[in-house]
Design a protein around this ligand. Structure first.
Ligand code: GAF
Length: 365
C-alpha cells in the first residue's frame, strides 16, 4: 500500500513551466493505493470513490476514454518508455484530495502509482524520474501541458517544511514552516470551470511567444526565468499588451518567490502575506486565471483579524484559495468565510485546515 499526498503552494504560480521558482508543500489530503502484481497480462483498476472499474491488457496500454484511468495508464506508458516491463497488476485506490480543487489530486494519483510500481518491480527509478514520469503522463494522456511542481511536491514533501524548487536546475531547498503558529487554510470555491485545461495550455503558449519576442532583443533569454521586469517593460510594444501582461506577471512572480523565502527565514509572516496578495492581483489582472468566486474569497479574507495573506492557488479558473492565518483566529475566520461566501454566492464553502506532511511513501508492509 502506498499513500500519495496532494499539495499546497505558498507562492510561485504558473512559474514552473517557465523554468522559474515554486514554493509548495505536501499536505494531509492524500490518495491511498493497494497494488499487487497479478501474474496475468491484465491491468485491473478500481476507483473506490467513483465506484468504477477499468481493465486493459498490460501490453496494449493506450489512452482511454475513461478520464480517471488515464492518470494511471499514462504513468504505466512512461515507465514502459523508460524500459521498465510492466506486467499485469491490480490496483484499488481512493482518497480525500478534493478533485478539481487545485490541490493536485491528479498528480497524487500519478505519483502514487508510479511509486508503487517502481517498488513492486524494483525498477530503480529515483523520485525525480518518477515526478517527470507523472508530469509527462499528464501531457500525453490527460492533455495538460503542466510543469513539474505538483508531482515534485507529492514526492518530495517533508513534514513541517515548504520546499523551494528551481524548476530549471531541479535543485531544491527545504524551509521550516510552523503550521502551529501560522495555519494554512484552504477555502474551496466549489467551482471548476470547463475551460481550465485549454486556458492553461494557452497561457503556456503565450509565455513561449513572449520568450520568442524577448529573445530578438536579448538572445540570452531562454525562458521567462531569464527575464527581468525591467526588460519586459522595455519591450511592451513589441510584445503587444496581452503577451506583455502574461510575461510581466511571471517575471514578477519569480521575484516574489525569492522574496517570500527570505521573509520566511526571517520569520516575517506579514511580509509573506503581502506577497500573496500581490500574487493574487497579478494572477487576476495580468495572467487572467482567477474567477469571480476566487476574487471574492480573497477580498472576504483580507480584512479579517489574524489573516496574513490570501490568494488563489494552483492553475486557476476555480479551485481553492490559500490563506495564511494566525492559529488563534482560525475558528472565527472559517466561520465568517463560510457564512459570507454562502450568503453572496449560494455556494456552500468547504474549508481545509491543512498540516504539512511527508511526500509519497509505502504504508504498513
Ligand atoms: C497546475 C499545474 F499542474 C502545475 O504544473 C502548475 O503550473 C500550476 O498549475 C500553476 O502554478 O497545478
Amino acid at each position: 500500500m502506498v499513500r500519495a499526498p496532494g499539495r499546497v503552494n505558498i507562492i510561485g504560480e504558473h512559474t514552473d513551466y517557465n523554468q522559474g521558482f515554486v514554493l509548495p508543500a505536501a499536505v494531509d489530503k492524500q490518495m491511498l493505493f493497494a497494488v499487487s502484481l497479478n501474474q496475468e497480462n491484465t491491468i485491473r483498476l478500481v476507483a473506490h470513490d467513483l465506484n468504477e472499474t477499468f481493465s486493459i491488457a498490460a501490453d496494449e496500454v493506450r489512452r482511454s476514454d475513461t478520464a480517471w484511468a488515464n492518470y494511471i495508464l499514462g504513468v504505466v506508458a512512461q515507465l514502459q518508455e523508460r524500459g521498465v516491463a510492466v506486467p499485469g497488476f491490480d490496483c484499488a485506490f481512493g482518497g480525500n484530495v478534493p478533485i478539481g480543487s487545485g490541490m493536485s489530486s491528479s498528480a497524487a494519483v500519478e505519483c502514487g502509482i508510479g511509486y508503487a510500481l517502481n517498488e513492486l518491480l524494483n525498477a530503480g527509478l529515483d523520485k525525480m524520474e518518477l515526478a517527470r514520469a507523472g508530469q509527462l503522463a499528464e501531457h500525453t494522456y490527460a492533455g495538460v501541458m503542466c510543469g513539474i511542481m505538483d508531482q515534485f511536491a507529492s514526492l518530495f514533501g517533508k513534514d513541517g517544511h515548504v520546499v523551494r524548487l528551481d524548476c530549471r536546475s531541479l535543485e531544491y531547498e527545504y524551509f521550516p514552516f510552523d503550521t502551529q503558529a501560522c495555519r494554512v487554510v484552504l477555502c474551496n470555491s466549489g467551482i471548476k470551470h470547463a475551460l481550465a485545461d485549454s486556458e492553461y495550455n494557452k497561457r503556456r503558449q503565450e509565455c513561449e511567444r513572449g520568450v520568442a519576442i524577448l529573445q530578438q532583443y536579448h538572445p540570452e533569454i531562454q525562458s521567462l526565468r531569464d527575464a527581468s521586469p525591467l526588460q519586459v517593460k522595455a519591450h511592451h510594444d513589441a510584445l503587444g499588451d496581452l503577451t506583455y501582461r502574461r510575461c510581466l506577471y511571471v517575471v514578477e512572480e519569480n521575484q516574489r518567490v525569492e522574496a517570500a523565502c527570505r521573509h520566511l527565514l526571517a520569520g516575517e509572516l506579514p511580509q509573506v502575506g503581502q506577497l500573496l496578495y500581490a500574487s493574487h492581483a497579478g494572477l487576476r489582472d495580468n495572467y487572467e486565471v482567477s474567477s469571480q468566486e476566487l476574487d471574492l474569497l480573497v477580498e472576504l479574507a483580507r480584512p479579517r483579524p489574524g489573516v496574513y495573506g490570501a490568494r488563489m492557488m494552483g492553475g486557476g479558473f476555480g479551485g481553492c484559495t490559500i490563506n495564511l492565518v494566525q492559529a488563534e483566529h482560525v475558528a472565527d475566520f472559517v466561520a465568517y468565510m463560510s457564512q459570507a461566501y454562502e450568503a453572496q454566492t449560494g455556494i456552500k464553502l468547504e474549508t481545509y485546515e491543512t498540516s504539512i506532511v511527508d511526500g509519497v511513501s509505502t504504508v504498513g508492509n
